[in-house]
Design a protein around this ligand. Sequence first.
Ligand SMILES: NC(=O)c1ccc[n+]([C@@H]2O[C@H](COP(=O)([O-])OP(=O)(O)OC[C@H]3O[C@@H](n4cnc5c(N)ncnc54)[C@H](OP(=O)(O)O)[C@@H]3O)[C@@H](O)[C@H]2O)c1
Length: 248
Amino acid sequence: MTELAPKPLQGKTVLVTGGARRLGRASALALAGAGADVAITFRDSLRDAQRTVIDVSGLGVRALALACDVTDEKSVKTAVKEAVRELGGIDILVNNAANYETATFEKLTLAQWDAMFASNTRGPFLVSREALKFLRLRRGKIINMGSLGGLRPWADHAHYCSSKAALHMLTKVLAKALAPEIAVNCVAPGMIDLGEKAAANFMRRMAKQTPMQRNGTSDDIAAAVLFFARAPHFITGQILAVDGGLGL
Ligand SMILES: NC(=O)c1ccc[n+]([C@@H]2O[C@H](COP(=O)([O-])OP(=O)(O)OC[C@H]3O[C@@H](n4cnc5c(N)ncnc54)[C@H](OP(=O)(O)O)[C@@H]3O)[C@@H](O)[C@H]2O)c1
């Protein structure tokens, strides 16, 4: 008789923002694979969200998708309330939703700057604040999705890099402010190859520059999210670069 695989997150409930596609979906699936019930949020990707809910449910856990614009206070309040109503609470919040854009500094507009900070910094602030009382009740965790770009300066990404550096600092501030009930950590992905054809040449070049001689995969990032999800509360305030050594 084969033994059932251990489910370390069984009985836990996770909220993953922007979890319909790409890295958010991979994290949602990994957390569900470890036994957690999962709520994802989406903004535009309704079909992807529906597909992810079906795939997450297929792992034998409860799953739901909620529309949410993380820049909008009212929308965030509604989504968090709905997630708690449906799943009973929140043990782990993954602040994954974000935007990425390339822009030379001279041409960067005020609107671009503000939009980047609205999604990448204000979003995690708003969702964390709304989820706080539920996370406290469960002695929960917040996992922010930062970026190697928040640790290293990328010349054509002033707004993106600054927004992620701010999120890294928010991680550390919250780790201190919300202790001892809530552990707060951050995964900072480096170059992650999600198979986009347009990026193939760039990805080849980056793999050569990376000590591990390859780019990251969605599984590498999901594994880091799962690590923090399962980690002892004593691990808090950490920014974990998942970059194959590229930032060294
Ligand atoms: N991919 C990489 O190589 C890489 C590298 C470094 C860091 N990261 C970070 O890792 C995380 C996931 O990366 P990714 O490439 O999978 O992200 P992504 O595809 O750029 O974005 C993830 C999701 O964020 C949602 N989103 C954006 N703005 C939103 C808003 N205002 N309200 C609600 N949702 C919003 C979108 O949802 P809808 O599609 O539903 O609109 C999108 O699907 C992000 O925080 C990213 O910055 C990624």
